[in-house]
Design a protein. Structure first.
Length: 71
């Protein structure tokens, strides 16, 4: 009779611990995902700045070439 009462209690405690572990893992994964999203955004911004600088350089070269051709 005593074993019938102990086992369900033990099972409830064990399953509650698993639930807490799952919640903790999900929270950690969410934090990592948010960090990766921030890093991706920063990289995107850096690439955009570099592309804009490269395009400006090419526009400047084209303008100088046109000015030299018109002289």
């Amino acid at each position: 009779m005593m074993n019938r009462l102990i086992f369900p209690g033990f099972l409830i405690v064990a399953l509650t611990g698993c639930g807490a572990d799952i919640v903790s893992t999900a929270a950690t994964e969410a934090q990592l995902s948010a960090q990766q999203a921030r890093q991706a955004k920063e990289l995107q911004d850096q690439v955009r700045v570099q592309l804009n600088a490269a395009m400006q350089t090419e526009r400047d070269k084209l303008k100088r070439a046109e000015e030299e051709a018109n002289e």
